[in-house]
Ligand binder design. Structure first.
Ligand code: S3P
Length: 426
């Protein structure tokens, strides 16, 4: 799906069953960990978006051997080596930050670059933590392009996280893994634990409790990976069904890892009707079929660990809050300013498009619930996939919304529009 022209999303309830693509976060990690081992790993349900392609191509450039087989990808890994060309991380912060950790651990010199959006995003926090590990890293005023010049000697293996970032935590774990060095990380705030789970699935001696992670042994026994459905992709449909009268859907095979269910917990606190069915474990990750019905919502407060567990879904919680009775306060979300776009500003534009007011706090927002009604104004997405899809969700219950362009959706969920159309009754 490539649509660089305006696109209008229509109102209508959601009914029936659907599936979402493989999880983007798990897919990046699956590729990187598979590339580390020497025996082939088959990955099923890899996320088909552009971000994960950026990781795959970076690994190929470093000498990993990957083959497609049916819908699966088989990664043979082995010895990685320097790439003469810079690694193009495109729009993907996960690729840039985690691949930097991998290169730091493997001691493979590399240059990293990305698109205009990625070039604006902070790289200094991950660089600073990897410098403590011993890596020599040069950023461009704290941003991309970034050059990794080698890890002459490991300086420390005990880290205190400077932010609640799962990407930085994972960069440090990958550095330790490639350098065959046990690692201890404290200061985690229950950010997504997919790297920890995959390492455990591969037989590593690793423990974590939402605060501290200890990777004791780096010897791995790679196994095939079936990637769980993307919790953040499911989130669009969960929110749309919740706010749109007469909706009732089931999302099959969706990841329900507790470090990713902040949106669901926030919506349940607002009165949503969401139920997990047939919960099971797939390649070390909890997966369920998620049943959602329309519900009348009331305001809540979102902050602390819940905000970390919902970090990519805060725009959707704001959309839900627009339909809730009362004012919903969300704090601890300052990091949204440095995502694929400034997502606090994006929330403000989304809500303005349906006549809902929002107050901005130093580290948060307050959304005043009401009766959202599309104003007909074209919404600028700033080429952010999550803003484009959030606009489609809002349109389900508030009336037609036109966005400037929809091609950013390819970053994580190329089949989003047909999937929405398959369950929507306009
Ligand atoms: C991700 C972590 C989060 C999230 C991003 C994916 C990951 O970023 O916003 O979409 O896969 O680890 P931070 O690590 O910057 O919080």
């Amino acid at each position: 799906m490539t649509q660089t022209s305006a696109r209008t999303f229509v109102p209508g309830s959601l009914r029936g069953e659907l599936a979402v693509p493989g999880d983007k976060s798990i897919s990046h990690r699956a590729l990187m960990l598979a590339a580390h081992g020497t025996s082939p790993v088959r990955i099923t349900n890899l996320n088909p978006g552009r971000d994960v392609r950026a990781t795959l191509e970076a690994l190929l450039a470093l000498g990993a051997v990957c083959a497609t087989d049916g819908g699966d990808i088989v990664v043979s890994g082995g010895r990685l080596r320097e790439s003469p060309a810079p690694l193009d991380c495109m729009n993907s912060g996960s690729t840039a930050r985690m691949m930097l950790g991998l290169c730091a651990g493997a001691n493979i010199r590399a240059r990293f670059d990305g698109d205009d959006s990625l070039r604006k995003r902070p790289m200094e926090p991950v660089a600073a933590q990897l410098r403590a590990f011993g890596a020599k890293i040069r950023t461009t005023d704290g941003r991309m392009p970034v050059e990794f010049l080698g890890t002459p000697e490991i300086q420390t293996t005990h880290f205190i996280l400077v932010s609640a970032s799962a990407q930085i935590k994972s960069a440090l774990l990958l550095a330790g893994l490639y350098a065959a060095t046990p690692i201890v990380i404290s200061g985690d705030r229950a950010s997504r634990d997919h790297t920890e789970r995959l390492l455990q699935y591969f037989g590593a001696d690793i423990s974590w409790d939402g605060k501290t992670i200890a990777l004791k042994s780096t010897a791995l026994t790679p196994r095939d990976i079936d990637v769980a459905g993307d919790a953040s992709a499911a989130a669009f449909f969960i929110t749309a069904a919740t706010i749109t009268p007469e909706s009732a859907i089931v999302i099959r095979n969706a990841g329900v890892n507790p470090t990713r269910t902040g949106l669901i917990d926030g919506l349940l606190a607002m009165g949503a009707a969401i139920e997990f069915r047939n919960t099971r474990t797939v390649s070390g990750e909890p997966v369920a079929d998620i049943a959602v019905r329309h519900a009348e919502l009331h305001a809540t407060t979102i902050g602390g660990e819940l905000a970390v567990r919902a970090i990519d879904e805060i725009p959707l919680l704001a959309v839900a809050a627009a339909f809730a009775q009362g004012s919903t306060k969300m704090t601890g979300i300052g990091d949204l300013r440095t995502k694929e776009s400034d997502r606090i500003a994006a929330i403000e534009r989304l809500l303005a498009a349906v006549g809902i007011a929002m107050e901005t706090l130093p580290n948060g927002i307050v959304v005043r619930g009401g009766a959202p009604q599309a104003t007909g104004r074209v919404l600028e997405t700033e080429h952010d996939h999550r803003t484009a899809m959030a606009a489609a969700v809002l349109a389900c219950a508030a009336g037609p919304i036109t966005i400037d362009r929809a091609d950013s959706i390819d970053v994580s969920f190329p089949a989003f529009i047909p999937t929405l159309q398959s369950v929507q009754r306009p």
